[in-house]
Ligand binder design. Structure first.
Ligand SMILES: [Mg+2]
Length: 343
């Protein structure tokens, strides 16, 4: 098996098909870092970091400057000892998206060497997963049009962004439900509500006879008490996203009994913490979903192989690559909406 010869970073910018609006943020493009790991036997592995300043405090320029440091950290280590590389790169906890991309690129290179796809290295639990698609915040009309289009495209799980205007959000849910009956809903407030607003929201939705499968991050990331308050006063399962970045965050959420769901994102946790969180959630009887930042097909590939390999997720929110313009498809998977198949 080969040893790490070099790690190279490359910047790639992608435009969104249309501006992506969530609580407190509107994105028109995303700049990601492609990570290329080359082994001394010529095998090459690829990863992608999609940094989030909003969630992780990451800036792409700061991450890009780590290229030489990363080479010094893992050069010469054998790819088959990838756990050693995970342990060393866990030191990059302040830069979780680049940690994820490096860890995945090492697995990808190893996968090429042994001619075994990454999802099988990670356990081979499934070969097919279903993704949702997201309706971002907009006018009522925009939200309804998006809902209709997404449902007609064949998505059965619809993610709905809320959190900037309680009244408009309730109205939007009512209208979206009317034209997408039979769909499942994940509702994500991205920290936009107070605990009391969150309770008002779920009570109104419940009263209208609408079911929500996951109510994601209703309150600010650090308000664990608030999350717990919403969980115990909501008829719907409550999930942590921004509150659950590392395995240490999840440990606290478990101890506090604050949530029903954890939204794992490789961009928050890397492969190493994500693997730990999967087992912690199983032991604590928590449910899991997997999400994304602004990954292209190269980065979504990582989460698809992780999700298929571990088979740990009730819901897959892996739609960023479906919302950006890409010149070339880079995934080791096939898409048949709403499914992804690992290859
Ligand atoms: Mg979220």
């Amino acid at each position: 098996m080969g040893k790490i010869k070099s790690v190279r970073f490359k910047l790639n910018t992608f435009e969104y098909e249309k501006p992506f609006h969530i609580t407190g943020s509107i994105s028109t493009k995303t700049t990601n870092i492609e990570v290329v790991v080359e082994l001394d036997n010529g095998a090459i592995g690829y990863g992608e970091a999609s940094p989030s300043f909003r969630v992780n405090g990451e800036k792409v320029e700061a991450l890009f400057a780590l290229e030489q440091t990363v080479n010094e950290m893992i050069k010469g280590i054998n790819s088959k000892n990838y756990r050693q590389i995970f342990d060393i790169t866990d030191k990059l906890f302040a830069f979780p998206s680049i940690k994820a991309a490096i860890q995945y690129a090492v697995l990808d290179a190893f996968s090429v060497e042994i001619n075994t796809p990454v999802y099988q290295i990670l356990g081979g639990a499934r070969e097919k997963i279903e993704t949702d698609k997201t309706i971002s915040i907009g006018t009522l009309e925009e939200r309804i049009n998006d809902a209709r289009r997404i449902f007609e495209e064949g998505f059965n799980v619809i993610k709905i962004k809320v959190g900037e205007n309680l009244k408009e959000d309730i109205k939007a849910l009512e209208k979206i439900y009317e034209i997408t009956k039979g769909a499942k809903y994940i509702v994500d407030a991205n920290m936009g509500y107070t605990p009391k607003q969150a309770i008002t929201f779920v009570n109104e939705i419940y009263r209208m006879g609408i079911d929500i499968n996951v109510f994601e991050q209703p309150v600010p990331a650090q308000d664990i008490e608030g999350l717990k308050f919403v969980r115990f006063n909501s008829p719907f399962p409550v999930g942590a996203d921004e509150s659950a970045k590392t395995k240490f965050d999840v440990m606290r959420l478990i101890k506090e009994e604050a949530v029903d769901y954890i939204n794992i994102k490789l961009m928050k946790s890397g492969i190493s913490d994500a693997l730990a969180i999967v087992e912690m959630a199983k032991a604590a009887n928590l449910h899991l979903m997997i999400g994304c930042m602004g990954e292209s097909s190269l980065g979504i590939n990582q989460s698809i192989h992780f999700a298929a390999g571990t088979g740990a997720f009730d819901f897959h929110d892996l739609d960023s690559s479906l919302m950006i313009k890409e010149k070339k498809f880079r995934g080791k998977y096939k898409t048949e909406i709403p499914y992804y198949f690992v290859v």
